[in-house]
Design a protein around this ligand. Structure first.
Ligand SMILES: Nc1ncnc2c1ncn2[C@@H]1O[C@H](COP(=O)(O)OP(=O)(O)O)[C@@H](O)[C@H]1O
Ligand SMILES: O=C(O)C[C@@H](O)[C@H](O)C(=O)COP(=O)(O)O
Length: 336
């Protein structure tokens, strides 16, 4: 049974709050950053990627965030427009802040890392007063993303968005999206992640991300079930713990668990997996599919994205995901 009821009669299916950044993905793959000479520019930032994924899947989407008043900021707005994503909730910084950059290093399909340039990044300057209540009142789902909690005033903006979502009955999804770079200390990180998670109906994260949140808890076995159970005492209806290639597991308050295997992939790089998985999963449960089918759809979307060079631009449409699933079932796609 799907424990999440989505509100009807709202003009927007999915809105996200958080960062709109730039990914610069290494063109010369299978080598260290020191030897990488050229990069391709894409829109990036985990919540931006998920929103692009939802838009590609045909959902009506909107974004709440702050961009730099520079060429990169304008590139991002143009890309949102091109993908049919409403950017009326994206404000432009006027203080000289910059666009966050993520340079990706693709040493091998399994050894990828990200070098982030995020000092004075515009996205972290979004204020609570700049959060559009109108957008949140009009959306079925609000997605928050952990990195936006790293600093004020973006932190308060996220809590403001949670209050609006609660007031207007939007389902709240939280992608933990833990990037240590922007945080001051592990203790502070865990405090704010836990505070935000209390508000959320759907929580998605990797085992390692939940470990970070559990620094004040007793879960010596790193049990996914123990992790999920805590959130059912708050607002959560679904908690998903992702385990990379090993797949993912979802828990619901009725004590049920649902496991999804990953699909084979010709892996170019592993980043982008979580964002495409989130888009695919959220799309599925918004269609009224059961949790397992939604997880499976998310997993297939993830395999498509990790088999591609970008995260955002490679986000698949629904037909593309269905086709990928069929081809895997027919044995036409095998792992690299
Ligand atoms: N190497 C891989 N091969 C196939 N699928 C993968 C691989 N890595 C991740 N995935 C898929 O993407 C999903 C999310 O990946 P994961 O690595 O756990 O999240 P994140 O990208 O947030 O760290 C997994 O549940 C799985 O379906
Ligand atoms: O989130 C960022 O700032 C960088 C992303 O755009 C990047 O491409 C990425 O790391 C995706 O993350 P994942 O889906 O959690 O693997």
């Amino acid at each position: 049974m799907n424990p999440i009821a989505f509100p009807a009669g709202k003009p927007i299916d999915f809105a996200a709050i958080g960062r709109l950044c730039i990914d610069l993905n290494a063109n010369e793959i299978n080598r260290p950053m020191e030897e990488t000479m050229t990069f391709t520019k894409y829109v990036g930032g985990s919540p931006a990627n998920i929103t692009i994924g939802m838009a590609r899947l045909g959902m009506k989407t909107s974004f709440i965030g702050k961009i730099a008043d520079d060429q990169m900021g304008r590139f991002i707005i143009h890309y949102l427009d091109k993908n049919g994503i409403d950017a009326s909730g994206v404000v432009t910084d006027r203080t000289g802040a910059v666009t966050g950059l993520a340079f990706t290093e693709i040493k091998s399909p399994t050894d990828c890392s990200i070098l982030m340039y995020r000092d004075n990044a515009a996205d972290l300057l979004l204020t609570a007063a700049e959060v559009s209540e109108e957008i949140i009142a009009g959306t079925k789902v609000l997605l928050i993303s952990g990195t936006a909690l790293a600093q004020s005033p973006s932190r308060e903006a996220v809590f403001q968005s949670l209050q609006y979502a609660r007031k207007h009955g939007a389902v709240i999804a939280f992608d933990l999206d833990y990037r240590p770079y922007t945080w001051v200390s592990p203790e502070e990180t865990a405090v704010y992640y836990n505070l935000a998670a209390e508000w959320c109906d759907i929580i998605l994260g990797t085992r390692e991300e939940f470990d970070m949140m559990e620094r004040f808890e007793h879960n010596p076995e790193r049990s996914d079930q123990v992790t999920a159970a805590k959130w059912f005492n708050h607002a959560a209806g679904i908690v998903i713990i992702k385990h990379g290639k090993e797949g993912s597991i979802a828990y619901t308050p009725d004590g049920a668990s649902h496991r999804a295997e990953s699909y084979p992939a010709k892996v170019v790089k592993t980043f982008g997996a979580g964002d495409s998985y989130a888009a695919g999963f959220l799309y599925g449960i918004m269609q009224g599919w059961d949790i397992k089918r939604s997880m499976s759809f998310g997993s297939a979307a993830a395999s498509i994205v990790i088999s591609s060079h970008s995260c955002s631009d490679a986000m698949p449409g629904a037909d593309q995901v269905q086709d990928y699933i069929l081809r895997c079932e027919r044995g036409e796609i095998t792992a690299s």
